[in-house]
Design a protein around this ligand. Structure first.
Ligand code: GLC
Ligand code: CA
Length: 573
């Protein structure tokens, strides 16, 4: 058990730094980031002001979904390192008062996991029931069909036929990611022991819990309503997201494992847009998890049925979603997180700011101002602190590595027999909302391969690394990175009001976001310009005593906000 002073739950006031291990830092020149690279970068992480590290999956895996397909929870993917390297990392973190959390991926395993190999070996294997096996259906022509019309999140049917045992297994993600059967108590116990206690007993400080809302499926596996006439496979989340039994599973996980350790847990809610459901996970008295990632804000513009069919969005809509999830824990015992990026999302400066050279830095800083004044535990994704951008538009599908994007493109090609305009539209979707944007190697310097690796990186480095990199920004007091550091210090100083204050808008416009946060007698006013134009802005008379705490331009002027300008004031009342 740690000796840290707890007080208010330690994880509420912290800033978490998310690492995507494959692309963070390569310490041995094989082109893959690794645990050694993380250890070498801990001082950088500490210097930024972040005290918790979240590592995306590092476990043994065939890497079909970049480690979210785990073949052994108790071993490390060799190119990343060994269990003993991770023990060294845990120690190195704790020595610096950095806590470390791992990714818990237990909706599914890889098809290379020993459990699945046994499960698929015969219908009467003791582990058969650890996964979800169902018999075929036959259509009117006598053709074999999957048990229902559910679509995989990675395109195509969610069922895969297994020739030797003549049944289908369920996979809500890739074919190589069979879903575990959470109705089986022996399976659940094995997850607790192998995926959780194994690492908690080594001293890890918690988990980011992958796809936490979908463990329980409707046991009758009904067909999903047809929303997409062009496909036999339909979005079926109404039959597997936030089912009543799912809450029982998370309660049991808490009771049997989580509650026994002083740790933090953050669940991935995905498209759970009902705040009362989210509260059932994160309210303290419910005893499930500490907080979750809501996706209503960051999924803005994603197609509702098919994420790649993205739509334009307005700032007004963004503001409405942001406020909904800022205020949903006000007056209750829930907690939440603040984030705009992770490994599944495009880069925030390209989406919500501007990556045009003249506005890139100022808009990245403006977004940082929004985040540090946001309620909840703050999460920063690697590269966000230097304003890394999306992949250049010229890159073709061959440069993209993500199974989701590749399957989608292949499915469109297949369905349209390679129709040119359909493929153009598909590529456009991938360029807007694809996950690869977040996965290009970390830009450490202007050296070869952005200083990420001395070998050939597993994924192409973004072409702008000579302009956007850590080394330049460390040397520049006015860089995005230096600004982030100052803002994180400010957040610590004003933690009560920034992370715990109540939130309300002062304007309902489509260009500027102004809001007040309150905590006891403290008030903070934030004004953010989300456009490349100037906007009128004036302080109300009663705020004559306003004190400017932070601004992202050198000479803020009375009565107006410059393009992408942001200001944070403390005000007396
Ligand atoms: C989560 C992860 C994502 C992964 C999926 C399947 O959404 O964040 O990267 O592909 O789960 O595990
Ligand atoms: Ca390496």
């Amino acid at each position: 058990m740690h000796s840290w002073n707890s007080g208010r739950n330690w994880w509420k006031d912290e800033v978490v730094y998310q690492i995507w291990p494959a692309s963070f830092k390569d310490s041995n020149g094989d082109g893959w980031g690794d645990i050694g690279g993380v250890i070498d970068s801990l001082d950088y992480i500490k210097d930024l002001g972040t005290n918790i590290v979240w590592l995306s999956p590092i476990f043994d895996s065939p890497q079909e979904d970049m480690g979210y397909d785990i073949s052994n929870y108790e071993d490390i993917y060799r190119p990343f390192g060994t269990v003993s390297d991770v023990e060294t990392l845990i120690e190195a973190c704790h020595k610096r008062d950095i806590r470390i959390i791992l990714d818990l991926v237990v909706n599914h395993t890889s098809d290379q996991h020993q459990w699945f190999k046994e499960s698929r070996s015969s219908r009467d294997n003791p582990k058969r029931d650890w996964y979800i096996w169902r018999q075929a259906r036959y259509n009117e022509n006598g053709n074999r069909m999957p048990p229902n019309n559910w679509r995989s999140n990675f395109s195509g049917s969610a069922w895969q036929w297994d020739e030797p045992t003549q049944e289908y297994y369920l996979h809500l993600f890739a074919k190589s990611q069979p879903d575990l059967n959470w109705e089986n108590p022996a399976m659940r116990q094995a997850v607790y022991d192998s995926a959780m206690k194994f690492w908690l007993d080594k001293g890890v400080d918690g988990f980011r819990i992958d796809t936490i809302t979908i463990y329980s499926k409707d046991p009758s596996f009904p067909d999903a309503p047809v929303l997409d006439n062009s496909s036999p496979w339909q979005l079926a989340s109404c039959h597997y997201r936030n089912k009543p039994r799912n809450f029982d599973h998370i309660s049991e996980m808490n009771e049997k494992v989580l509650s026994k350790y002083d740790i933090m847990t953050v669940g991935e809610y995905g498209p759970t847009y009902d705040t009362s459901l989210a509260l059932k996970y994160c309210s303290a008295s419910e005893k499930r998890i500490d907080m979750g990632f809501q996706f209503e804000t960051v999924y803005i513009g994603f197609g509702k049925i098919d994420k790649f069919q993205y739509e334009p969005f307005t700032l007004g809509e963004f503001k409405r979603r942001h406020a909904k999830w800022q205020t949903f824990i006000e007056g209750n015992d829930g907690w939440t997180s603040a984030f705009l990026e992770n490994h599944d999302l495009p880069r925030s400066v390209s989406r919500f700011g501007s990556d045009k050279p003249e506005f890139w830095a100022v808009s990245a800083k403006m977004l940082a101002m929004m985040l540090v004044t946001t309620t909840g535990t703050l999460f920063i994704y690697q590269g966000q602190e230097i304003g890394m951008t999306n992949i250049p538009k010229e890159w073709t599908i061959e440069e993209y590595q993500d199974v989701e994007a590749k399957n989608y493109y292949a499915a469109v090609k297949d369905a349209t027999r390679g129709h040119e305009s359909a493929l153009k539209r598909a590529m456009d979707g991938v360029r807007h909302v694809g996950r690869d944007h977040a996965r290009t190697p970390m830009q450490w310097s202007d050296a070869a391969n952005a200083g990420f690796s001395t070998g050939k990186p597993w994924m192409r480095v973004n072409d702008n690394y000579r302009d956007i990199n850590v080394r330049n920004q460390l040397a520049d007091k006015k860089s995005v990175l230096s600004f982030w550091k100052a803002l994180i210090r400010l957040r610590r100083q004003y933690i009560d009001i920034f992370a715990h204050g109540s939130f309300s808008y002062l304007d309902e416009g489509e260009s500027v976001m102004t809001y007040v946060k309150k905590f006891n007698s403290q008030r903070v006013l934030v004004a953010l310009n989300f456009t490349s134009d100037e906007h009128i802005f004036s302080l109300r008379k009663e705020w004559s005593s306003a004190n400017l705490l932070a601004c992202n331009i050198d000479h803020p002027e009375d009565q107006k906000l410059s393009p992408w300008e942001g200001r944070i004031y403390s005000i007396q009342i």
